[in-house]
Design a protein around this ligand. Structure first.
Ligand SMILES: *[C@@H]1O[C@H](CO)[C@@H](O)[C@H](O)[C@H]1NC(C)=O
Ligand SMILES: *[C@@H]1O[C@H](CO)[C@@H](O)[C@H](O)[C@H]1NC(C)=O
Ligand SMILES: *[C@@H]1O[C@H](CO)[C@@H](O)[C@H](O)[C@H]1NC(C)=O
Ligand SMILES: *[C@@H]1O[C@H](CO)[C@@H](O)[C@H](O)[C@H]1NC(C)=O
Length: 387
């Protein structure tokens, strides 16, 4: 009996390899329909990887369900077997037997994905998978961004080293001209901006990711070489608290105690002239990638001291002329700020509006040139008075 079985499977194995079988490549979630090819009214038996799915009596249509997990999502009329909501574990051999004959079907459920995920931090490593379950040696054709050029490597798993924006976009895997599947990669980097602040104020040091990435953040810090005595917090990621700032000394640098995801800002308190300079934000990611961005803090004084009436007067009148507008035209400030900055010395610092200049110079210029909205010669007036 046992010998019989062995012989039977040997026969099956030969039969499988000699290829009178239907091959299907399908996506996860797809449906597949297989045909037995049995004469009508034959008794049929469907098996998945040698485990019974259905046994169907040809005459009556009576169906016996087997123990295979496929039963739950399959339907049959004996002649056809339909399997829906395919998962990778449904890859394998489907055999229909009837009156001593067998018909073999090979189903390969293909899944495409990026490891560790589709949103990657700049310069990190990643893998693209086009996994053909149960058939990992079959070659595939990858098409890469930006325009679907053919990628040389034909294996199901390709490694991307130190990704850049050039790797971002749609990657497509072609399987045997039968199936194409895509995955879209996004590559992001840390962001920051320069900050202008008035002496004595608190200011945010900005550092963030534009969206959360597939790699876990495992560490990070802020650093300023010119402020070696200042205590900055460091990033910690623990099971209990998740990603958070870790630091004890809040006297100069304050930070949120809440869980962090994409924003790594800290607050620099009571900013002084000596604080002006470069600040570096570094974030480390699982897998070894680490990114740093540098921002520049510019500090404007609040008061230049006594004995300089001309300047004070100039700055005051300048401010008065502009104040009504600044309430709702804050974008003018950059233009004014630039005018003021061309002056020598700290006098300019009387001017109260250097703190919140907007980033859009184009808009600022065109506004500044509009005579209804802007005093035509603010900075010039100031220059003259100071001269
Ligand atoms: C730090 O910031 C939080 C919220 O922004 C504030 O409630 C807290 O008083 C600050 N701590 C110090 C020491 O400045
Ligand atoms: C700008 O300010 C003026 C005077 O303060 C006010 O009448 C006007 O409604 C404001 N415009 C906007 C857009 O806020
Ligand atoms: C800061 O001030 C400089 C000029 O002093 C200006 O060019 C720049 O746009 C300002 N930046 C911000 C963010 O306000
Ligand atoms: C800057 O202004 C220009 C012209 O008004 C506009 O097209 C552009 O979108 C603005 N950029 C930003 C960042 O606001």
């Amino acid at each position: 009996m046992a010998t019989c079985k062995i012989l039977f499977f040997l026969f099956l194995a030969l039969y499988i390899s000699c290829g009178k079988c239907d091959v299907f490549y399908k996506r996860v979630g797809d449906e597949v329909s297989m045909n037995c090819g049995a004469p009508s009214n034959s008794d049929t038996e469907w098996k998945f990887d040698n485990v019974l799915i259905f046994n169907v009596k040809g005459k009556t249509g009576a169906k016996l369900k087997g123990p295979s997990h496929i039963v739950l999502k399959a339907s049959t009329n004996g002649e056809n077997l339909k399997v829906s909501r395919l998962e990778t574990r449904d890859s394998g051999n489907y055999i229909c037997s009837y009156s001593g004959s067998v018909k073999q079907h090979n189903i390969y459920v293909v899944s495409v994905f990026a490891k560790p995920g589709p949103v990657l931090v700049q310069s990190s490593d990643a893998e693209l998978h086009c996994d053909i379950t149960g058939n990992s040696n079959t070659q595939v054709q990858w098409l890469r961004p930006p325009n679907g050029q053919k990628h040389n490597e034909k294996s199901q798993v390709i490694k991307l080293k130190s990704v850049t924006s050039k790797d971002a976009g749609q990657w497509t895997c072609q399987v045997k001209d039968a199936l194409t599947l895509s995955v879209t990669l996004t590559v992001v980097d840390l962001q920051t901006t320069a900050v202008n602040v008035s002496e004595g104020d608190d200011t945010k040091l900005p550092c963030s990711l534009p969206q959360s990435v597939s790699q876990r953040v495992v560490g990070g810090k802020w650093k300023a070489d010119h402020l070696s005595d200042v205590s900055f917090p460091t990033l910690k990621n623990t099971e209990n608290k998740g990603l958070h700032w870790n630091g004890k000394d809040l006297s100069k640098v304050n930070f949120t105690t809440e869980q962090l995801s994409t924003k790594f800002d800290v607050t620099l308190k009571n900013v002084q002239h000596r604080d002006a300079g470069k600040f570096v934000c570094t974030v480390e990611f699982e897998g070894g990638a680490s990114r740093s961005v540098e921002m520049t803090l510019t500090v404007f004084g609040k008061n230049s001291g006594a004995g300089e009436e001309a300047e004070i007067h100039a700055a005051a009148s300048y401010s008065q002329r502009l104040l009504p507008m600044q309430k709702n035209e804050s974008k003018n400030e950059v233009e004014l700020d630039q005018g003021v900055r061309s002056l020598p010395g700290p006098r300019q610092e009387h001017y109260p509006c250097t703190r919140t200049a907007g980033p859009n110079h184009t808009t600022e210029r065109s506004r500044a040139q509009d005579p209804e909205k802007t005093p035509p010669a603010g900075p010039v007036l100031l220059n003259v008075l100071l001269a």
